[in-house]
Every structure is written in C-alpha cells, then in structure tokens.
Design a binder for this molecule. Structure first.
Ligand code: THU
Length: 136
C-alpha cells in the first residue's frame, strides 16, 4: 500500500477521537503485513489515567482481531483536530509497538499531510528497547 493512502486513512479517522478533556485529536492507521489496515483514535476518560492513545487503540483492535505482523503505522494529530505539526508516539505506545514489531523494519510515519511526513524505524524512536526476546 502507498504511504500517501495510509496517511489519508489516518487523516480521515481524526474526527473519531473522543477528547472532551484535551481537545487534542490523534489518529493512527496501522498497516498489517497481510495488507489490512486498522485505524485507532485516542479515547479519553473523566478519570484521566484510563485514557488510551490512538496508536495503542489501533494495535489492540488489530491484535484482538488476530493480527500479529505489522508493516507500518501513520500517526497524525492536532488540537481541535487541526494538524499543524508532527505528532510523535508516546513512550508507552513505542513499547507496545516493540511487543509486536521488528525494531529494524517497522516504519513509524509522522504525517502533517500527504506531502509532508517523516519516516522512522522503531529502533530509531526506541533504542535499546526491552522486548519479548529479553524474557526468552
Ligand atoms: N495521545 C495519543 O493519542 N498518542 C500519543 O502518542 C500521545 C498522546 C493523546 C492522549 C491524549 O488523549 C491526548 O493525546 C493528549 O495527551
């Protein structure tokens, strides 16, 4: 799948965020190795700590559906759903990616629009990460 298509999928999902407390919308589009795509949004909570980020929402939807192999994720976000800058994943979401993805190949794409995006591999954003093999 083309990166631009994946970016558009994330941007289209941005209104689905449930953000009554921060008004900061985040959306993710997660591409599985079999070609399927799962979107995710941040879902906030009056008790704050149960809030889930868009990236984890996308992963948990996919993993709950039986998916285990992932190619790339696009992330976008902004206050009131207006994207003005890149929206990097929080540390907890990077750790969740580490559970399911190869740090050398999994792509994290931070997008402002279809023509403005940065591509990283997981290892760049989570160096020396603790993963499943550390428990083997
Ligand atoms: N947020 C995400 O959805 N993903 C991130 O990686 C960073 C932060 C959300 C959580 C919260 O709803 C809002 O952004 C402000 O922190």
């Amino acid at each position: 799948m083309e990166i631009k298509t994946l970016i558009q999928t994330a941007i289209d999902a941005l209104p689905n965020s449930y953000v009554p407390y921060s008004q900061f919308h985040v959306a993710a589009a997660l591409l599985c190795k079999d070609g399927t795509v799962y979107t995710g949004n941040n879902i906030e909570n009056a008790s704050y700590t149960p809030t889930v980020c868009a990236e984890r929402c996308a992963f948990f939807k996919a993993v709950g559906d039986g998916k285990r192999e992932f190619e790339a994720i696009v992330i976008c976000g902004g206050l009131h759903g207006v994207i003005t800058d890149y929206c990097p994943p929080c540390g907890v979401c990077r750790q969740v990616m580490r559970e399911f993805c190869n740090p050398e190949t999994f792509k994290i794409i931070l997008a402002v629009d279809k023509d403005h995006y940065d591509v990283y591999i997981l290892k760049e954003l989570l160096p020396q990460g603790f993963g499943p093999l550390n428990l083997a």
